[in-house]
Design a protein around this ligand. Structure first.
Ligand SMILES: [Zn+2]
Length: 425
C-alpha cells in the first residue's frame, strides 16, 4: 500500500503472521491448529495462512522461493492461465523480488529507511491473500482470477520508494512526469509487473491462441492492474461504497450455489467448505464485479495487520511508524511541512493505531465478514483484541507519563531491510 493518506493519518496500524496454520473454518469461531515452527521446508499450500511467520519465511531468498513455488509451482498450487513453465515463473519471481531492493533517484536513503514497504511485506500480503481465498473468498472468483490476484499481491508494492505518494508530489519528484499525481507508485508497480510478465512470457497473448484462453489471459492482466491500483489508500472510501453495493449480489450467488449443491452451510458469508461446492458461485457474478471483489480482498490483505495476533501487529506497527518518522526527518531536513503522522517528536504511536482502527479497519473487516464469514470474523476478533491492547497502553502512558517505546524488529537483509536507521521514541 502507498501511503497517500487523506484520512486522519493519526490512524495507522499493522499486523503480521506468526507460526500457526489456519484449517477448516466451520462454526462461528475459526479453529486454529498450531504446527511446528514454519521453516521453509515445513511449508505446504494448506499450511500457509493468516498465521504463517512471514519474517521467517522471507528471511532468505531460498525460503522466499519455497513459498512462491508452493503457491505457483507445486501440484496443488494456483494455475496461471497459459500454464507457464516453472523456470519462467522462477525467473519472474527473481526479477520481481529484486524490484523491492531498488532505491529511487533523488531520495536520501541515509535518512529514509523503507522499514515497512519491503519484500517481506509483499510476501506477507501474498500469503494473506491466499488465506482469504482459502478461507472462502475463492468461491467468488475463477481459478485464473485467483492466480492473477496472488501475482498482484506479490507485485503490489514493487519499486516502492519508502516515502508516500504525497511526498513525491510535494517534492515534484521526476516520477510525476511518467505517472501524473494520481496513484503514482501504484501505477509504477502495475507497469513494472506487466512488463516483467511480458519479459518472461507469462500471461502473454500469443498468435494463434484459442479465443477462451486469450480472453482469460487478458482478464487476468486486467485484474492485476485494477487490484494493484485499488491498493491506493486514497481510494479506500470509494472502494468501501462500491463493495458495499456488491454484497447482496455476491451472497445471493453463494446461497444459490449452496442450494444447487444441497449444502447445509448456514453462515451468511462464505466459509472454507464452500470451496468444494459442486457449482461455483462465480459463474453467476459478472466479470467487473469479480474484479472489484478481488481488488477488495487484496486491499484487506494489504492492511490485514490489525487483524492478526498482538505480537505481529505491534511488530509491524513499529516498522511502519519508523518508515513514517524517517520520512518526517527528511521533510524537516528539506524544510518541508512534516506530513501527518510523520513527526517522531509529536506522534503518539498507540493513539495513531487506535485512530486507524476506528476510521478505517473496523468497517473494512465488518464489510469483509458479510461476504467472507471465516476470514472476516477471524480478522475482526483479533482486531478488537488489539484495539483494547493499544487502549490499555495509551492509559498506561497517560498514567505513568512514560512514553510507549516502539518495537523495532526489521526483516532480514534478504527479506528487504535496506539498512540501519534510528529507532523511534
Ligand atoms: Zn502494501
Amino acid at each position: 500500500m502507498k501511503t497517500t493518506v487523506p484520512i486522519n493519518r493519526s490512524s495507522f496500524i499493522w499486523v503480521l503472521p506468526l507460526v500457526v496454520s489456519f484449517l477448516g473454518f466451520g462454526g462461528c469461531q475459526p479453529s486454529v491448529e498450531v504446527q511446528s515452527p514454519l521453516s521453509a521446508d515445513g511449508v505446504t499450500f494448506e499450511s500457509l495462512g493468516f498465521e504463517s511467520d512471514s519474517f521467517e519465511l522471507s528471511s532468505t531468498e531460498e525460503s522466499q522461493l519455497v513459498v512462491f513455488e508452493t503457491l505457483f509451482v507445486e501440484k496443488d498450487g494456483y494455475r496461471i492461465p497459459g500454464d507457464p513453465e516453472p523456470e519462467r515463473l522462477r525467473a519472474f519471481f527473481k526479477d520481481l523480488r529484486e524490484s523491492y531492493f531498488r532505491k529511487a533517484e533523488g531520495i536520501d536513503y541515509s535518512i529514509v529507511g523503507k522499514q515497512y514497504h519491503t519484500l517481506t511485506h509483499a510476501i506477507d500480503v501474498m500469503i494473506a491473500t491466499h488465506a482469504l481465498l482459502r478461507s472462502g473468498g475463492g468461491v467468488y472468483l475463477s481459478k485464473g482470477e485467483q492466480a492473477a490476484l496472488l501475482i498482484a499481491a506479490l507485485g503490489h508494492d514493487s519499486l516502492h520508494t519508502g516515502v508516500s505518494n504525497a511526498f513525491l508530489v510535494s517534492t515534484n519528484h521526476p516520477y510525476l512526469a511518467e505517472t501524473g499525481t494520481e496513484s503514482l507508485q501504484e501505477k509504477r508497480s502495475v507497469e513494472y509487473v506487466l512488463k516483467l510478465l511480458d519479459k518472461h512470457e507469462i500471461l502473454l497473448v500469443k498468435e494463434g491462441m484459442k479465443e477462451d484462453l486469450r480472453e482469460e489471459i487478458l482478464e487476468a492482466r486486467n485484474l492485476i492492474e485494477e487490484s494493484i491500483l485499488w491498493t491506493d489508500i486514497t481510494r479506500h472510501k470509494e472502494q468501501m461504497e462500491k463493495v458495499s453495493a456488491l454484497v447482496p449480489g455476491l451472497v445471493g450467488s453463494l446461497h444459490k450455489a449452496r442450494q444447487e449443491a444441497g449444502s447445509q452451510v448456514e453462515e451468511n458469508g462464505s466459509v472454507a467448505g464452500d470451496l468444494d461446492l459442486a457449482s461455483d458461485a462465480y459463474h453467476t457474478i459478472d466479470k467487473e464485479k469479480r474484479v472489484l471483489f478481488a481488488s477488495f480482498l487484496l486491499h484487506v490483505a494489504d492492511i490485514s495487520n490489525p487483524g492478526r495476533d498482538w505480537n505481529t501487529c505491534e511488530r509491524w506497527a513499529g516498522l511502519v511508524m519508523n518508515e513514517f518518522f524517517s520520512q518526517g526527518d527528511l521533510e524537516k531536513k528539506l524544510d518541508l511541512p512534516v506530513s501527518m503522522n510523520c513527526d517522531r517528536e509529536k506522534v503518539l504511536v498507540p493513539f495513531a493505531q487506535i485512530g486507524f482502527g476506528k476510521f478505517v479497519i473496523r468497517d473494512l473487516y465488518a464489510l469483509l465478514s458479510k461476504t467472507l464469514h471465516s476470514g472476516g470474523s477471524y480478522l475482526l476478533n483479533n482486531f478488537e483484541n488489539n484495539q483494547r491492547r493499544w487502549q490499555e497502553i495509551e492509559k498506561e502512558v497517560k498514567a505513568s507519563g512514560k512514553p510507549y517505546s516502539i518495537k523495532f524488529d526489521p526483516p532480514s537483509k534478504e527479506g528487504g531491510w535496506l539498512g540501519e536507521t534510528t529507532v523511534a521514541q
